[in-house]
Design a protein around this ligand. Structure first.
Ligand code: FES
Ligand SMILES: [Fe+2]
Length: 393
């Protein structure tokens, strides 16, 4: 067998993306929208619209609620609150995942809390027992309920599916879940990363006085990088206001080239080009509420949801390692990486964003204006506004 002297580039996918980013970096330009976009302030601040978002955007759409890596073993579980609903997310003894409303069918207390490994959950009020497939298994003083069929009183299960390293669910019990339709061509793009093989590391939570949509938009443009992130690795490693942009139906991908991509100028593509994450930060928006920010060693999972009013949001920021740590030193190194990226989100983006919240609450101008260079933000606004039936200028 002939062995080539140099490894040829095998993936036109990666090499093409690297090439596009390099061309933009060398010409100091960026992918852009056709024109600027005007967005009425009410888009961000109207509480009536916020109610509509719950039904139209958030409770009928599959949400990637949890990384599979957070419940890697059979009988693992996590309780998570999403849009004020307490959810019990389990992996049963056969490895199948489930998402339940964590409300007892007796009188509504919460059978599970925290996270761990358990087959059964005992409600703290009268000790009804549920298993991790949601079945009601035990009722103390059962004579009091001897005319009930226990099989009718399991935990209410939400439609869910595990795919690409996440557990997706629709927050409405009888709603359909069609992930093929939701992801479309994005399905293949997500599959490339093999997030199911990543190792869950840690998470932090914060609340902020800014619209959840405005907060998501901070992860859809690099225009602010030198100003907000100038003193941290984001600002120092990336080329300002430069990005490669692609849409996948409602979702999008943005590549923010690192400075060192310029070293590829005048070079022939080689195998390193195939891994675009070596040359750019690749950030996905998974409609409606999730950001995946990829680095060569891991991924930040940033989940942003409204929190009780149009200009208040809750943020869950977690980090997963691409290469599982097998030594304490590696675990410590990952902790350092997560601390650093979380500090950028908390102390830089979310130090800035409450000002935008104040601007939309107090502003007396009619609209925001989103630049041609903020093409990802424009896409977010158009997709959301389209689902909400809002006309844009
Ligand atoms: S509310 Fe759960 S057992 Fe009574
Ligand atoms: Fe930022």
């Amino acid at each position: 067998m002939d062995i080539p002297e140099t490894t040829p580039s095998t993936s036109s996918y990666g090499a093409d993306l690297t090439r596009r980013a390099l061309d933009l970096a060398m010409s100091s330009s960026t992918d852009m929208a056709e024109s600027t976009l005007r967005v009425p302030l009410d888009y961000y601040r109207d509480d009536k619209l916020a109610e509509l978002e719950q039904t139209r955007l958030l409770r009928g759409t599959p949400l990637a609620l949890l990384a599979s890596a957070q419940i890697p073993n059979n009988d693992d579980y996590v309780v998570r609150t999403v849009l004020d609903d307490s959810l019990l997310i389990t992996r049963d003894r056969d490895g199948q995942t489930h998402v339940f409303l964590n409300y007892c069918r007796h009188r509504g207390a919460m059978p599970a809390c925290g996270a761990g490994n358990a087959r059964r959950f005992t409600c703290p009020y009268h000790a009804w027992v549920y298993d991790n497939t949601g079945k009601l298994r035990g009722v103390p003083g059962k004579a009091g309920f001897d005319d009930l069929d226990r099989s009718d009183y399991g935990l209410v299960e939400l439609p869910s599916e595990e795919r690409h390293g996440f557990i997706w669910a629709v927050l409405t019990a009888d709603a359909p879940l069609d992930l093929d339709a939701h992801l479309g061509s994005f399905d293949d793009e997500l599959a490339r990363w093999r997030y199911q093989d990543f190792q869950y590391h840690d998470e932090r939570h914060l609340e902020s006085t800014v619209s959840w949509k405005g907060a998501l938009e901070a992860f859809a443009e690099g225009y602010h990088f030198p100003f907000v992130h100038g003193n941290s690795v984001i600002g120092q490693n990336t080329i300002a206001n430069t990005h490669v942009y692609d849409e996948y139906g409602p979702h999008h991908r943005i590549g923010f080239p690192f400075n060192w991509i310029r070293d590829l100028a005048d070079k022939e593509p080689d195998a390193t080009w195939d891994d675009p994450s070596a040359y750019m930060g690749l950030i996905y928006w998974i409609y409606p509420n999730l950001i995946l920010a990829n680095s060569p060693v891991g991924v930040e999972v940033i989940d942003i949801l409204p929190a009780g009013s149009a200009t208040r949001c809750t943020v869950r920021h977690s980090w997963m390692a691409k290469y599982p740590a097998d030594t304490p030193e590696q675990t410590e190194m990952y902790a350092g990486i997560f601390a650093q990226v979380h500090a950028a989100v908390r102390d830089e983006d979310f130090a800035m964003l409450p000002q935008c919240g104040e601007g939309v609450r107090r502003g007396q101008h009619e609209h925001m204006v989103i630049g041609r260079n903020e093409i990802g933000v424009q896409h977010m606004v158009r997709v959301m506004a389209g689902h909400l039936g809002i006309a844009l200028g």
